[in-house]
Design a protein. Structure first.
Length: 516
């Protein structure tokens, strides 16, 4: 009589200063790099003054760095202290650029190719004008940022692209971002916080943007814009959005009827393809009626347990009350295109048989996702901070990522992106990506101190322990990780018995061959 066998894998792991430089300027640059508690190793600042003489500062960073991933960059161009740098011929910079302390960087009628971040703080100003071109030479989504903690970014009659890959802009404090008559061929995601200002005119491929806090956002003769309106705790909003095709005038602010508890102002004049979207938090009351509604970002910071099932992208809802006990979120006679789920803090979140655009657990939250489809319309399937996600028996049509000590266990699932720019699967920042019996179009890899472990057994059910078992067993550790592949052990047992039997011990990593 044949009995079912269960196979189990175990990995064993082995684990100079050449010129004077004012310390306050270094401290200002440090402040940009400590904003979001990301880890980095063995980095130095290179400051360049207005006469382009290098000032090597020799500092090693082991503290936190901001939301962009600086960990792959070793050098920094620091423009500061009332200096003005003007670029008038095509230039390539293989480092991050900081513009701080009343400094000005102007690119005029030339292409600046940047393989790093562009950071602006403390009244720094960056201007692209007269046919200038900012080219982010990146190869995965969000690799490089325009990151602002205070100051101005201005672009007039300019082009900003990122190799056909989505890139990010983030504004904090009182930052100002202006673009007029500019061409953004690639999708841009702008995140806008505190009392920042964003004003776009005649920009015909705007992209996503989060509108939070006391932000002022104005869009004139723009199209393809996807605003994410912040619905904080205590807000009460009952709204019908205008048709997306053309918006003569629409305002979202405290002066909008039936809108209460928000502090920002959003104005769209003569804009087309306005894809209305919203992020909501516990304690809000939001009712959307009679609308073509694009994106729903649900932030769940708590220590509670929630369960959701059967909610799908591109769904029409005559009257759906989302089953979350910490808020009232309702869609009446409304089509909702994309659902994004964000468990935070210590939330435990069960999601089954759902279709969504993005899902990212953060902090120390936990997700158990079964039989779900991630279509990637609103980008990634990721884990961040110390979060844990088990994604089982599902499918992802975009890329997956892990960050900051988090762990993703993805099992019995398929990851085959539909869009070329979403085809890179990466583990970052001491995180763990554990892949068990999965089908990837592009194998994941580890950066910096991260770890990817891969176990794939082609035949789970066998009839005899001597029959060869095919599969893959390998480990990919980031270049700054101390982990190496030591060996694996393969055991089997009858499913209705307790005893395990060793099939093999091997010191070799295997990519699609006999593992035992």
């Amino acid at each position: 009589m044949n009995k079912k066998l269960f196979s189990f894998m175990i990995f064993l792991l082995t684990g100079i200063v050449f010129a004077e430089f004012h310390q306050s300027l270094v401290d200002k640059a440090y402040s940009m790099m400590t904003e979001y508690n990301r880890k980095s190793e063995n980095m130095r600042f290179y400051g360049i003054s207005h006469d382009a003489q290098p000032l090597i500062c020799g500092h090693t960073l082991s503290e936190a760095i901001p939301s962009p991933d600086f960990s792959t960059m070793d050098d920094y161009w620091l423009i500061s202290g009332h200096d003005t740098v003007i670029i008038t011929s095509d230039t390539t910079v293989d480092m991050t650029i900081f513009v701080i302390a009343d400094a000005v960087l102007i690119v005029e009628g030339a292409t600046l190719t940047l393989r790093g971040q562009l950071g602006i703080d403390d009244n720094g100003t960056v201007i692209f004008r007269d046919g200038a071109h900012l080219h982010f030479d990146q190869f995965f989504v969000g690799q490089y940022f325009v990151y602002m903690l205070g100051g101005r970014f201005e672009a007039y009659d300019a082009t900003i692209d990122a190799n056909g890959v989505m890139h990010f802009v983030e504004l904090h404090n009182n930052s100002v971002y202006i673009a007029q008559r500019c061409y953004f061929p690639d999708w841009t995601f702008r995140r806008i916080y505190e009392s920042s200002t964003i004003m776009l005119e005649d920009v015909h491929h705007v992209g996503d943007f989060l509108i939070n806090d006391s932000v002022y956002a104005s869009f004139l003769r723009c199209d393809t814009l996807m605003p994410w309106f912040f619905m904080p705790t205590g807000s009460h909003v009952e709204i019908e959005f205008p048709p997306i095709e053309f918006v003569e005038h629409f305002e979202m602010s405290e002066s909008t009827p039936d809108v209460d508890g928000i502090e920002y102002t959003f104005i769209a004049d003569s804009c087309g393809e306005c894809w209305w979207s919203m992020e909501n938090f516990p304690g809000c009351t939001v009712i959307v009626r009679d609308s073509d509604f694009r994106g729903t970002a649900i932030r769940i910071p708590s220590s509670d347990t929630f369960s959701v099932s059967g909610i799908e992208n591109f769904g029409y809802y005559s009257d759906l009350v989302v089953p979350l006990s910490d808020r009232h979120l309702e869609f009446v006679n409304t089509t909702t295109y994309w659902w994004n789920w964000y468990p935070m803090e210590h939330t435990v979140f069960y999601i089954d048989s759902c279709w969504f655009g993005e899902m990212i657990p953060k902090d120390s939250s936990t997700i158990f996702a079964t039989n779900c489809l991630h279509d990637g319309w609103t980008i990634t399937l990721s884990t961040i901070d110390d979060a844990f996600m088990w994604f089982d028996a599902g499918s992802s049509e975009a890329y997956i990522s892990t960050f900051d000590r988090s762990t993703m266990l993805i099992s019995n699932s398929r990851v085959v992106p539909l869009r070329p720019y979403q085809a890179t699967n990466i583990a970052h920042h001491s995180s763990n990506m554990l892949c068990v019996n999965c089908d990837f179009d592009s194998l994941p890899f580890a950066m910096d101190t991260a770890l990817v472990m891969w176990v794939d057994i082609d035949s789970i059910l066998i009839t005899h322990p001597e029959i060869p078992i095919w599969g893959s067993v390998w480990l990919d550790a980031g270049p700054h990780s101390t982990l190496t592949f030591d060996h694996y052990s393969l055991y089997w047992k009858f499913i209705d018995e307790d005893e395990w039997y060793l099939i093999t011990n091997s010191i070799d990593e295997i990519y699609s061959d006999i593992i035992g």
